[in-house]
Design a protein around this ligand. Sequence first.
Ligand SMILES: Cc1cc2nc3c(=O)[nH]c(=O)nc-3n(C[C@H](O)[C@H](O)[C@H](O)COP(=O)(O)O)c2cc1C
Length: 396
Amino acid sequence: MTSLETIFCGIRYENPFILAASPSTDHPDMIRRAFDRGWAGAVLKTTSVPGTPVPLKYPMISGLEYEGKRLLAMGNIDLISEHHADVVAERIQGLKKEFPQKVVVASVMGGKREDWQRLVGMLEEAGADAIECSFSCPQGTLGSKPGAMLGQDIRLVETVTSWVKKAAKRIPVVIKLTPQVSDIVDAALAVKRGGGDGVCASNTIPSLMGIDMKTLRPIPDVGGLSCYSGLSGPAIKPITLRVIAEIARNTGMQVTGTGGAMNWRDAVEFLLLGARNVQFCTAVMRYGFRIIEQLTDGLAVFMETHGFERVEEMTGHSLKYITTHDRLPNITKGFSRIDPKKCIRCGLCYVACRDGGHGAITMKKSRLPVVDREKCVGCGLCEAVCPVTGCIHIAF
Ligand SMILES: Cc1cc2nc3c(=O)[nH]c(=O)nc-3n(C[C@H](O)[C@H](O)[C@H](O)COP(=O)(O)O)c2cc1C
């Protein structure tokens, strides 16, 4: 029997799909609807000590478009929740009473040691199942050093983790890291030294969303000025996958994955590279809570197809195939094979190979591309640019 149940930091989740800290988790009514639909848990939007100013600026969300495809990525300049920890604590109490089986994680961000520890105390007391600490808000830590991310200072990562860990009496502490560091393994190891129970990998990526071609002002335009956004959504998935894999291969830390998961396939990739569960934000903001049905159905069918009975068996399954470039085998016999039945004669492979490859593709009068095996090295460019999935593959 296939079971979707997962355990992360000692906590049982009915399935590996949870809501990431986001606008979707900033109100209990929204979380209730998500839980009713089948989400296993939610990380509440990051909260702060009562009295902390939360100067939100609008518009706060912008989209990255490429060749007509909307929302390849989303940029946000959202900060933490407007609701402070006293309000969030009441909400946690209510949610845990109503949904004892669901996992409610409190996300916190503070400045001084007292702030972090007070936040943890209040929210653990209220019944939070775990604490997630945002060390990675790309709009910067509110307060002392705006623009800087705590997660970029390895020494501070260890110190603040240890403060939070000291304050948490029973529940696990998870640290949400930024991928914007020179070595993510160092950051995860600092969490380990600080006594953290797990890491959340990884938050949005500081980005500049673009320039408006009419006004020549950067996006988003907030009254004529702009700032860097946190990039999320499909475009950042490859970065997240690398970050999860690096942490899983080198630190032994338990990982909850976030950053670019849009569907069950993405989630499967997160799990195969070492995540214990997967958090969703952009996908939910775009398609709504109902995607949980596709996530659970898709994962269940995938597991049956591949003979996995438990999600745990998948965790890190694909890590063994990752090595360094110098250890990759030397394959010299690869060549591109084009399926004439699938080819739509668009010529993209021909142009790409001519101007970016080895000039190994010629076009017949019928516009059918033909590969010269002598010239072809099997680089993969033609397959990457082909608009028809499965039309071109590299054969050996
Ligand atoms: C509008 C918006 C608000 C967010 N607010 C928070 C937050 O309060 N705390 C936090 O830790 N992460 C926050 N995030 C980051 C998400 O939790 C998530 O880690 C990130 O968006 C990457 O996942 P995704 O690609 O599935 O969106 C926010 C993201 C967005 C888009």
